[in-house]
Write a protein that binds this ligand. Structure first.
Ligand code: ZN
Length: 420
């Protein structure tokens, strides 16, 4: 059973807390008649998504919020208590739902908002809660996702950022999540001048984390991934600023002298990188042992990549974990962590509100270009097929811009439309 379904059942048994000021479990809205039907991606269960009709807010979801992001042109309706959002203007919505005035929101740590998620299951699993998150299971409030023609955004004054006229949708959209997540990973793990930084996972988050690490003054970045991503990396970064390690060509056995860890040591004076950024996730077991343990429920996530991060960095090095981990893991190398003084930092869900204005200025100033990670432009109607293509990494797909019938024509530099 998927964790999301298990969490829903557990929450029904436990009952919600009373902390949330937003309505919970908003996966669908009451009918307003046939006229308010819209197209949305609907999560039916593990590995099963379909295009269906939703109401008012998407019934959408998806296994990972990072797969793709969809786009609607203009704001259409504004609630009575929302004062700074205007009908007809363009806004980008953060992936997290923040209240704007709790302990964490006051400190701009909006991803940990205390008033938008009432899940007792998450609280008992993690010892605390994240904010409510769009399309991210009942652990985070059971809100519908945004892969839809319309999205209803609670507390619009807090959770929407106006898009200036000189910025196309294709660049602004990623302020919602990917840019804040990759930037947060870099600054939260304290990447500094002259650091050598290993980045595990060269997908969109890893790629942008590499860009931000260089902006922070990193001397070199080293991506750990395999084809086709290695070719993409080589085409986007200068050869003098980047190295690559292809994990598929290396052994998983700690007895081998040819592993990811040994390669990273070799590339960094035998000592290892100063920093490792985990931008992959715990859902991909490399060994049979972890495959078995994950499939029998003995653990929810593999510790293999986190262990590689810990073992590869120099003593007193730093490791940041931004790839998604859901629960518990076995065979974690706590010995290396303790004996060698490794700083292991869970970066958490990124607090979008802390960074999005600054990142927007970076886009306007040309310091970052989100389009460099966007490989495909697709139609919302094709999203169910796109998910399977994405999972199979077909056509070099890595970051997807989803257009709806309301979207503008593709902006300059955006990929042309692919139909599935
Ligand atoms: Zn809050």
């Amino acid at each position: 059973m998927a964790l999301a379904q298990a969490a829903n059942i557990a929450e029904k048994a436990l009952g919600h807390d009373k902390n949330a000021i937003t309505k919970q479990d908003m996966s669908t809205f009451p009918s307003g008649g046939e006229s308010d039907l819209m197209k949305a991606l609907v999560w039916m269960g593990k590995n099963d998504v379909q295009i269906g009709n939703g109401r008012a807010q998407a019934q959408a979801g998806g296994r990972s919020r990072c797969y793709s992001q969809s786009n609607r042109k203009y704001t259409e309706l504004v609630g009575r208590q929302v004062h700074n959002v205007e009908v007809g203007k363009r806004y980008v919505a953060s992936f997290q739902i923040a209240c704007g005035d709790c302990y964490f929101c006051e400190r701009k740590l909006s991803s940990q908002c205390e008033k938008t998620n009432a899940s007792n299951t998450e609280k008992s699993m993690y010892g605390g809660r994240t904010a409510g998150i769009f399309g991210y299971s009942h652990l985070t409030g059971g809100f519908a996702g945004g892969q839809a023609e319309y999205v209803r955004v609670p507390m619009g004054d807090v959770n929407l950022l106006e898009i200036p006229e000189d910025i196309p949708d294709e660049k602004a959209l990623f302020l919602s999540d990917v840019l804040a997540t990759s930037y947060h990973c870099v600054v939260d793990t304290c990447v500094r001048q002259d650091d050598r930084v290993a980045i595990f996972g060269a997908g969109p988050i890893g790629q942008m984390a590499g860009r931000f690490a260089l902006i922070q003054g990193a001397e070199k970045i080293i991506f750990v991934d395999t084809e086709p991503r290695i070719t993409v990396i080589k085409s986007h970064f200068k050869s003098e600023e980047v190295d690559v390690v292809d994990y598929k060509k290396l052994s998983n056995s700690s007895l081998s002298s040819n592993t990811v860890v040994s390669q990273l040591k070799k590339l960094c004076d035998g000592r290892g990188p100063d920093v490792a950024l985990e931008c992959a996730a715990g859902e991909y077991p490399k060994s049979w042992l972890h495959w078995l343990e994950m499939n029998t429920g003995a653990e929810t996530d593999t510790s293999e990549i986190v262990n590689e991060c810990i073992e590869s960095v120099r003593s007193f090095g730093r490791c940041g974990v931004t790839g998604v981990y859901a629960g518990f893991t076995n065979h974690f190398n706590i010995g290396s962590l303790m004996q060698r003084g490794i700083r292991l930092i869970g970066n958490g869900q990124a607090p979008v509100h802390k960074y999005w204005k600054g990142l927007l200025e970076d886009i306007q100033g040309g310091r970052i270009n989100p389009l460099e990670m966007v490989s495909h432009r697709v139609r919302l109607e094709d999203l169910d097929k796109v998910y399977h293509a994405f999972d199979a990494k077909r056509d070099g797909m890595q970051k997807v811009f989803v257009e709806t019938k309301f979207s503008f024509p593709a902006a300059k530099g955006s990929p042309t439309l692919t139909r599935y």
